[in-house]
Design a protein around this ligand. Structure first.
Ligand code: XMP
Length: 328
């Protein structure tokens, strides 16, 4: 599948049967394209790269080399799930790189959001390229480019990733889902046996929790954010209708809290405020804020204030415009 234009005759993949036919066709195409050569894939654990990994594992097995870079800004349990699903269950050839210290050291003291994004992007490419250079016989690079990436940014996802890699790593691309829309990628992922929380994952920015730990990231505030985020995903995830995106941010401010000892003597102290954000949208351009039941808000509050260093919980009801979805 080399054309970047989706043929008008291409049926929308909405059923298991259509997904199965697509998978069979892609396996044949991948085999024809790469033969017995090795393919490299940056596996983030997001739905697009996960579906590409599962497809390539079916097509070429151990000749797919997946690299999962943990930049320390992933959500709770994410790196563990990538290892469990791909290495343990699918027997993937998976290289796990814990680069947390590298990223957090580079980010120390950096408060400007765009600088943070640049550092995270550049460091990611460095780590990935370093791993790639250690490997021998790689001739192809697989990517989870999907059709909206091609339509909206003229293939920027592909250009960005490949263009950012050093010259000697300019491999031929393998992009098996590049003509699919997101909903189709999910149907294919489901048929490939990926777990629901991977297939129906809410959008998560590449810089991850890095743009939600507002201002200069510190490890303790980042940890508090990761815990709060897990609570919010769990509790809002139980609602009959889940919002499009729901998460936390943790601003770099402290406010007064009070603790009482066994004798009822109060002591004031400074702690962080966690912000709960839940939004609905179809295009991420215009965003509304759904109602969250007060009981759910209280349940989240009661758990979030148990996190060390946190003493306040806020609910962000801002729409877009004027606010953006993310805090940075
Ligand atoms: P904003 O905050 O601009 O977000 O309203 C719109 C959508 O884009 C996601 N987002 C990002 N995704 N890298 C990404 O891959 C980023 O730097 C980034 N910033 C925002 C955001 O989560 C929302 O879904």
């Amino acid at each position: 599948m080399s054309s970047n234009v989706r043929p008008e005759s291409m049926e929308r993949i909405t059923t298991e049967a259509l997904a199965t036919a697509f998978i069979d066709e892609q396996i044949a195409e991948i085999k024809a394209q790469v033969g017995d050569k090795k393919v490299l894939l940056a596996l983030s654990g997001g739905v697009d790269s996960s579906v590409v990994a599962a497809l390539l594992i079916k097509a070429i097995g151990q000749n797919l080399v997946c690299v999962h870079v943990n930049h320390g800004l992933l959500r709770k349990g994410e790196p563990e799930q990538v290892i469990e699903v791909f290495k343990n269950q699918m027997n993937a050839n998976l290289i796990y790189v814990d680069a947390t210290d590298r990223f957090l050291d580079k980010l120390a003291g950096v408060a400007d959001p765009e600088k943070k994004r640049k550092i995270i992007g550049a460091e990611f490419i460095d780590v990935f390229a370093e791993e790639a250079k250690k490997l021998e016989g790689i001739e192809f690079l697989a990517q989870g480019t999907i059709y909206p990436d091609i339509l909206e940014s003229d293939g920027v996802k592909a250009h960005h990733n490949v263009g950012g890699l050093p010259e000697e790593l300019n491999f031929e691309l393998v992009e098996p889902v590049k003509l699919l829309y997101k909903d189709e990628v999910r149907v294919v992922g489901k048929v490939l046996g990926l777990p629901d929380n991977m297939v129906y994952r809410q959008p998560f920015p590449g810089p991850g929790l890095g743009v939600r730990c507002v201002g200069a990231i510190t490890r303790d505030r980042l940890e508090a954010l990761r815990e709060a985020d897990a609570i919010v995903r769990e509790e809002i995830g139980k609602l009959p209708e889940t919002p499009w995106q729901y998460f936390c941010a943790i601003p770099d401010i402290q406010s007064t809290g009070i603790k009482y000892d066994a004798n009822g003597k109060g002591e004031r102290y400074m702690g962080w405020a966690v912000v709960i954000r839940a939004v609905n949208t179809t295009d991420a351009v215009k965003v509304t804020v759904p109602e969250i039941p007060f009981a759910t808000l209280c349940k989240m509050r009661d758990q979030i204030v148990q996190i060390p260093g946190v003493n306040r919980v806020l609910w962000d009801i801002s729409e877009k415009p004027v606010a953006t979805i993310e805090w940075e």
